[in-house]
Design a protein around this ligand. Structure first.
Ligand code: CA
Ligand code: CA
Length: 604
């Protein structure tokens, strides 16, 4: 009943037939831009998931064609108003019938390939392909990333909602283990009581926000956190903080802000003293700046007692655990950086990456926009212990990488698509544009335990499972799981992710023209049209016209669009902490749309 064609054939048909037909029905074509691969080793384009159409999980239903023939398009264009009304009824009936076909729905993923190449970038941006096992959506027994040796079942790794799953992990390990103390490692809190009141990372971030009105870039944050950690171990913390503040206020970037003296003094209070200025102090130092210049005032803040009092209250980078998950935050940052995705944003994306204000009110209010420069927010969470394919006990971390946008501008295709004839209102509603857009990917990483507990060297971790989402929690959900259980991908390899234009759904391949209508609906609709034709219920010219409309809606209108323009790492990366214990002013993670992402289980 159904026929699968290879993605290569789909690609060639798409290229050969697709674009002209789509354009003729009103789809706006977008000019292509070659990816930036000048300094990269050659990759076989036929294997490359960055190539348009390559890794689209296409299945071609019987009778379906990607791209209508000129005859079909002419047939559609020649329909009278009465004929179009008739065509609309036939299409709605065909779609309605397809939706009720439970058999089709049940088997819609049977033809998915077993593996797909994923592309990884190193720090030098060189790329490498690695085959991943593709796990099927809705499969009752997803191959887990890690399994418990000697047990005839897979581990359930994941649910942060159901604490019992974590208990299963610990208990399973405990039952088998000779080293039961390890089973309790999760429970061990970090031993140091904090005689400190200022989170070190927030301390650095406040300097940046105060001086430069932006968050530190990932490399800047890493540099200053490392500097701070070293200084704390050498008892030179004040000097390090003074150096941080001087660096920012003496930078070209600060000079470029062109701040007046009154604003400069305000910036100094916010950056150096982490507070609003009191009026008398503000007036006094503004006058000093007028008389003696900004550099003289800057040095007064550098040596002021209030600053050194604050510095004495900064917690130790090496031990600080702000989100209270028994994991040092600095380690969480390092391990998240070791795997941070390499994002490909589509050319012509009308929307912008955003950060949010520190508030639990919904909807989140936008703090700052960054254009199409990727900004990520991440969360690292301990999942427990398990056995890898080689019978090693490993500590497992789940890392969620969130990408927040100011808008979802909806489908790219214009108004000429005849989707109003199809009875797909709920599909369209799910794909309609809206304010704010939270997208994400996630991965399971693990490393052999060390001293009976989690390994604290990020370089020892590897990727066991990658999860990408698009239109999550809707009818058009495109969530995909990739397993690397037998060949985990080492730290320092960054998965290439592609964010579709204006919808921002996340894929591990170039999703251009990927259909978003559930496949059983597409499949069943074409089947119904074919049957209507062979049983002489409709004449050939109407059949042609219906094919043109169906091709257009399924393969041109209700599709992802993506235009490659090369990739980049997220410029700013912010740890948001744990649900209920946000850090770095991330209390917006309590808003349900974000909280749901962080608390929904996705490993089974
Ligand atoms: Ca922590
Ligand atoms: Ca955490």
């Amino acid at each position: 009943m159904r026929r699968l064609i290879s993605t290569l054939i789909a690609l060639s048909m798409l290229l050969a037939l697709g674009a002209p037909a789509f354009v003729s029905l009103g789809q706006k074509a977008t000019p292509g831009a070659p990816p930036d691969r000048a300094s990269q080793p050659p990759i076989d384009p036929a294997q490359d998931p960055a190539q348009p159409g390559h890794a689209i999980l296409h299945k071609m239903p019987k009778g379906a064609r990607i791209g209508s023939t000129p005859e079909q398009i002419a047939a559609w264009n020649n329909l009278s108003a009465a004929d179009k009304a008739r065509a609309g009824k036939i299409l709605r009936d065909a779609v309605a019938g397809a939706r009720q076909n439970q058999e089709l729905k049940k088997h819609q993923n049977d033809d998915l390939p077993n593996s797909l190449n994923l592309s990884f970038s190193k720090q030098d941006r060189s790329r490498q392909l690695r085959p991943a096992n593709l796990q099927k959506k809705g499969e009752a027994n997803l191959t887990s990333a890690l399994k418990l040796k000697g047990k005839d079942r897979y581990l359930t790794l994941a649910s942060t909602k159901a604490a019992s799953n974590v208990t299963i992990l610990k208990d399973s390990y405990k039952r088998r283990g000779t080293e039961t103390q390890r089973a309790h490692a999760l429970k061990r809190a970090l031993s140091q009581p904090f005689d400190c009141s200022r989170a070190p990372e927030q301390f650095v971030r406040t300097f940046y926000e105060g001086a430069l009105a932006r968050p530190p870039h990932a490399d800047e944050l890493t540099y200053w956190m490392d500097t701070l950690a070293t200084a704390q171990s050498n008892s030179t913390t004040l000097a390090a903080v003074q150096s941080l503040g001087n660096t920012l206020f003496q930078s070209q970037e600060y000079a470029n802000r062109g701040r007046s003296n009154v604003n400069f003094v305000y910036d100094c209070y916010k950056a150096w003293l982490h507070r609003e200025p009191d009026q008398s102090g503000w007036d006094f130092w503004t006058n000093q700046a007028d008389v003696n210049g900004q550099p003289a005032v800057l040095q007064a803040f550098v040596v002021c007692g209030e600053l050194s009092d604050h510095v004495a209250e900064v917690c130790n980078v090496a031990t600080y655990d702000g989100d209270q998950d028994s994991t040092v935050d600095q380690f969480e940052n390092q391990v998240a950086d070791a795997f941070t995705p390499y994002y490909h944003v589509s050319a012509y994306d009308p929307d912008q990456f955003a950060t949010f204000n520190d508030s639990t009110s919904a909807p989140e209010s936008i703090k700052q926009l960054f254009g199409t420069t990727p900004i990520s927010h991440f969360r690292v969470h301990k999942e427990g212990f398990a056995y890898d394919a080689n019978n090693n006990v490993v500590g497992v971390l789940r890392i969620d990488y969130l990408t927040f946008w100011n808008y979802d501008s909806g489908l790219v295709s214009g108004g000429a698509c005849a989707w109003n004839l199809f009875g797909l209102d709920d599909v369209l509603a799910a794909l309609d544009g809206h304010y704010l857009d939270h997208e994400r990917s996630a991965m399971l990483v693990a490393a052999p335990i060390s001293n009976g507990d989690y390994n604290l060297d990020p370089a020892n971790y590897s990727i066991y499972n990658i999860f990408t989402t698009g239109h999550e929690f809707t009818l058009t959900d495109q969530s995909t799981w990739y397993s690397y259980f037998t060949n985990p991908v080492p730290a320092g390899n960054h998965v290439n992710l592609f964010l579709s234009r204006s919808k921002h759904a996340t894929y591990a391949f170039n999703p251009d023209y990927m259909p978003l209508t559930p496949w059983y609906i597409i499949d069943g609709t074409f089947e119904a049209l074919w049957l209507a034709y062979v049983y002489n219920e409709i004449p050939w010219w109407l059949y042609y016209a219906l094919l043109a409309a169906a091709n257009d809606v399924f393969f041109s209108c209700l599709t992802e669009r993506f235009t490659e323009q090369g990739g980049q790492y997220a410029l700013v990366r912010t740890a948001v902490g744990e649900p209920g214990v946000p850090i770095n002013h991330s209390s917006y993670i309590a808003v349900s749309t974000i909280n749901t992402q962080l608390t929904t289980s996705y490993f089974h």
